[in-house]
Design a protein around this ligand. Structure first.
Ligand SMILES: [Zn+2]
Length: 264
């Protein structure tokens, strides 16, 4: 039984590669299995993302590739570039599947409050949904999309929780290296990668700005930086929006208070 005046909350997120004509609707199923669908007013803004060129040097491959294990029984790649391509594609896909599994469960409460924090005193090195073309020896070898924001400050810089939540992952994660994922409730997650040290444990509750580890170069990182992502379940969304108090008010909190104040 649902109590009278219960507010149901759901975040709707479009992936970077979904068009603005994507169908967005609410589907509700009652306990008898009756299904109702309803549309709602929405404003989807077109966004263009940057193109970036990544030069892969032998020195980088020599330093990074030995860290990665390919699945047992698989033939060893005959060059470092061949191994890089396996890591950048196969391991990337495995990592995405792992992230999908981790973010499929979430706390049924809004654990966070106010704007999410950005790594203090850091410079943005790469943006959300940058389309990356990889070159080696002047030849194009791969293409991928960068689904986070790279922030660089000091080496081994203190990384803190962007907002309150529960640690749902604190371990190595392939190309992302040592990673922490925090569940902020209702399917909203933040992710911190390439850490040199992790200072939190699975299932630990963290408050906003609580230290969770140090930046580093673990996984597929050339220099010391934090790769920061925000997700609605397994859909990567633009962290810039969650760093912005007005965006949060206009798109999230005002919608909830509007409904609450309209209730008898
Ligand atoms: Zn990154």
């Amino acid at each position: 039984m649902v109590e009278k005046n219960t507010v149901f909350v759901s975040f709707f997120a479009l992936a970077y590669n979904q068009n603005t004509d994507t169908q967005v609707f609410i589907k509700a199923v009652d306990s008898a299995g009756n299904i109702t669908r309803a549309g709602f007013t929405k404003y989807l803004k077109k966004k263009r993302f940057k193109k970036d060129k990544i030069i892969i040097k032998d020195r980088f491959l020599e330093a990074k590739m030995p860290q990665f294990d390919l699945p047992d029984g698989e033939k060893a790649p005959d060059s470092l570039v061949a191994k890089f391509l396996k890591v950048n594609n196969q391991i990337r896909k495995e990592n995405a599947a792992r992230i999908k599994a981790i973010t499929s469960k979430t706390e049924p409460a809004i654990l966070w409050k106010g704007a999410f924090l950005r790594l203090a005193n850091s410079k943005r090195m790469a943006g959300f949904a940058d389309h990356r073309t990889y070159f080696h020896d002047g030849k194009k070898i791969d293409e991928q999309t960068h689904l986070g924001i790279d922030l660089a400050g000091y080496s081994h810089d203190k990384v803190t929780a962007a907002n309150r939540g529960k640690v749902v992952f604190a371990d190595k994660l392939g190309i992302y290296g040592q990673t922490v994922i925090i569940d902020h409730g209702f399917g909203l997650f933040s992710m911190y990668s390439h850490l040199s040290r992790v200072d939190v444990q699975l299932d630990q509750m963290v408050v906003k700005n609580e230290p969770i580890g140090l930046t580093g170069t673990t996984g597929m990182a050339g220099g010391d930086h934090l790769h920061f992502s925000m997700l609605i379940h397994d859909t990567f969304v633009n962290p810039v929006e969650w760093w912005d108090a007005s965006w949060i008010k206009n798109n999230i909190t005002s919608k909830i208070t509007e409904i609450q104040s309209a209730m008898p």
